[in-house]
Design a protein. Structure first.
Lengths: 287, 425
């Protein structure tokens, strides 16, 4: 080992310890617990992969896993599209741009539980804002959270409202790194607006897009707070996300199975992040 | 091995952060509305003055699940704090079966503490686990029917005794009141997917002669009586439309209370706490509200879900004797009366209901005492939470119209059997 590598290793060490202590250990700990029958009121015994077999046969779990995946897909798609548009607009120069940039970030600055409360009040059947507007214009009242589809869309909208600014700000940072000269060249070559976006902007900001995607997808897969507040998993259990599902087992005192569900969620999130990183080809982009 | 390692890490953290020596205090975890916790603060002050036992109040939020979670975590880790805490009736079996609660029998014997002063049926149904007293009731709750006295009088109806009475009366008055108030509904109750829904469900089925705990002690939900009652709950929303369409999405205690309090409903199912708020200054229905037992079907009985909070001492407490002193203080005549007069909590002691001052200031206590005699407990099993989760989901799906009541209860039954198989010792 030459000196250079030794030094590099030394510099990485604090981060390594940090990752090990605060991230890896809890995951390993959860995995360890998931191998046990760890129910507070039953004798503790080692069951190996017993909890995992149970998970595969657990219909409710698969329903909630399905919901979580569809929810993540829908809300991340919406956030990426809306975030890109907002970022492109904010990247142009116009009056009060600074104020606009600050304002666009506001929903992200609001604690998510408070944001969820706000949306809960909007969706309220009797005095909610949505129905207030609807009654004023058409005389109708809709029970937004009453049907599976309605509850789903309401949650996607509430989640996107809060996190689109996050996507927008990351993409904005990426956009500012695109050399202006590229656009001028593209213009001279006769590329129109869309061609310029898809052939010039997108390839350059791709690593940033991937970063935003990773953050958002993992966050969306773990979604808990807005569902806990807005629907509580209803109607009829349709909107129970995987996090909410595992939380309910912790409340019961079944720590083993709750951990199993969490580990499964970790595996999904990890796989997704891994695929994104592969798709992003960071090594190439860095060259 | 793993535990020791974690402990080591933890200890090294504690030492490195230079923890200062602290006098160990009796720790009491209490949650609830801010005014309730503030009042506890005051009571604890009196206790400290009298006994010179120093108490630290661990303030918990209002939300029941969060209160529970903040107890499950330290107890499961065998922490010595909190020393004692309040528990919702629905958790006690789990806490007891987990071995987290200290049996109080030796203390009861030593101080010849008179448990017959407490509601016997409640103590019997909830606080005794495997023959030992593991908790004590602090206050009792049960479902009640609130009604608008003024409206019943205006349209010439008497207080409903059966669900049929309620239905007819509600349909008629709702139709008339809608002319001035388009958002008026006949009957509001808790139908959102949460614990409160199970309490409502149990009341409906018990009032139809059904139940969820069979005589042999097993949990059974799939029965003719239960299906009928569930069908009736669903009809209230979809067929008769005397309950608002958001009943199954948003209606919890507070939503129901404010709905009724704003003058938008004729009948309301709620816990006793709503009484004081309905009659407080500025309430639109002040002085116009009456309470009575919940109605029944022809072949059933008046039934009210048993709620309320109980006090328990942690088995891992390092101040068990002091904790018992506080339990005695909280169950004393004096404290129970204060809780009743100041927070309108319904005392667990029967003798308070005959106290002249209480009778004068709170005449409705008489109805409550009667209601407490007709309570139905939720299944007293350590895995009740799991059963409740399942029931919430299926009952909610049935009243939202997603699946038929018959099918919902059949599925629920199947799920319950799986739970029992998994968690039964």
């Amino acid at each position: 080992m030459n000196r250079e590598i030794r030094e590099a290793f030394f510099f990485i060490l604090p981060l390594g310890i940090f990752v090990l202590l605060l991230m890896l250990l809890p995951v390993i700990g959860s995995f360890w617990i998931s191998l046990w029958q760890d129910v507070s009121f039953l004798p503790r015994k080692f069951t190996g992969l017993g909890n995992y077999f149970r998970l595969f046969k657990d219909f409710q779990f698969w329903q909630s896993a399905g919901f979580t995946l569809i929810f993540s897909f829908a809300s991340v798609t919406l956030e990426m599209v809306a975030g890109t548009i907002i970022a492109l607009v904010l990247n142009e120069s116009f009056r009060f741009r600074g104020i606009m940039r600050g304002t666009a970030l506001l929903p992200w600055a609001i604690p998510s539980v408070i944001g969820a409360r706000i949306w809960q009040l909007i969706y309220r059947y009797d005095y909610g804002l949505a129905n207030y507007v609807l009654r004023g214009t058409s005389g109708l009242s809709v029970n937004w959270l009453g049907s599976s589809g309605g509850a789903f869309l309401s949650l996607v909208l509430a989640d996107s409202w809060r996190t689109t600014p996050f996507v927008a700000i990351i993409l904005l940072a990426g956009l500012q790194s695109v050399p202006q000269g590229l656009y001028e060249q593209a213009k001279i070559d006769g590329a129109n607006l869309f061609q310029r976006f898809f052939k010039v902007t997108l390839p350059v900001i791709k690593p940033v897009v991937i970063v935003a995607l990773i953050f958002r997808t993992i966050d969306a897969l773990r979604v808990f707070d807005i569902i806990y507040v807005i629907t509580g998993g209803g109607p009829g259990g349709f909107t129970t996300s995987v996090s909410l599902y595992s939380y309910k087992y912790f409340l019961l005192g079944d720590f083993g199975y709750g951990s199993t569900v969490s580990i499964f969620l970790f595996i999904i999130a990890f796989t997704v992040a891994f695929l994104y990183i592969r798709a992003g080809r960071f090594r190439e982009a860095a060259l | 091995m793993m535990k020791r390692f974690f402990l080591l890490v933890l200890i090294s953290f504690v030492f490195s952060s230079g923890c200062s020596k602290k006098e160990s205090l009796l720790t009491f975890a209490v949650g609830g509305a801010p005014n309730e916790v503030d009042y506890w603060e005051k009571l604890i002050g009196e206790f400290e003055n009298r006994t010179h036992i120093r108490v630290k109040l661990l303030r918990q939020p209002t939300d029941t699940d969060i209160r529970r979670q903040s107890l499950v975590t330290p107890l499961n880790a065998k922490e010595k704090d909190p020393d004692l805490f309040l528990m919702d009736v629905a958790w006690i079996a789990q806490f007891a079966a987990s071995g987290w609660l200290l049996p109080m029998d030796p203390y009861v014997k030593k101080d010849s503490f008179d448990t017959t002063q407490l509601f016997g049926s409640v103590v019997h149904q909830v606080d005794i686990y495997k023959g030992e007293i593991i908790s004590m009731p602090v206050y009792i709750d049960c479902g009640l029917l609130y009604f608008r006295r003024d409206l019943l009088k205006k349209y010439g109806y008497s207080t409903p005794k059966t669900w049929d009475d309620l239905l007819q009366c509600a349909e008629k008055i709702q139709g008339k009141e809608r002319k001035n108030n388009s958002g008026f509904f006949g009957f509001v109750w808790q139908g959102a997917q949460y614990e409160g829904l199970v309490c409502n469900f149990i009341e409906f089925i018990a009032s139809n002669g059904g139940n969820i705990v069979s005589k042999a002690g097993s949990i059974t939900v799939y029965s003719k009586e239960n299906i009928q009652a569930l069908q009736f709950m669903r009809n209230l929303i979809h067929k008769y439309q005397i309950s608002p369409p958001n009943t199954f999405t948003e209606m919890r205690e507070e939503e129901v209370r404010t709905f009724f309090e704003n003058g938008n409903a004729l009948f309301e199912r709620n816990w006793p706490y709503a009484w004081k708020l309905h009659n407080s200054q500025g309430s639109p229905v002040r002085g116009k509200v009456g309470i009575t037992l919940l109605p029944k079907f022809d072949n059933g009985r008046h039934a009210a879900s048993l709620g309320g909070w109980h006090i328990g001492i942690s088995r891992y407490s390092d101040k068990k004797d002091e904790a018992w002193e506080l339990v005695k203080f909280i169950l004393s005549y004096e404290t129970q009366k204060k809780l009743c007069l100041n927070l309108s909590w319904n005392p667990a002691r029967i003798d308070i209901y005959d106290d002249p001052e209480v009778k004068e200031k709170m005449p409705h206590m008489e109805v409550l005492k009667k209601a407490f005699e007709s309570t139905v407990a939720r299944p007293n099993s350590p895995y009740y939470t799991q059963v409740s989760e399942l029931l919430q989901r299926y009952v909610n799906a049935a009243i939202s119209g997603k699946i038929e009541p018959n099918e919902a209860l059949k599925e629920a039954q199947r799920g319950i059997e799986k739970i029992v198989e998994r968690y039964h010792e």
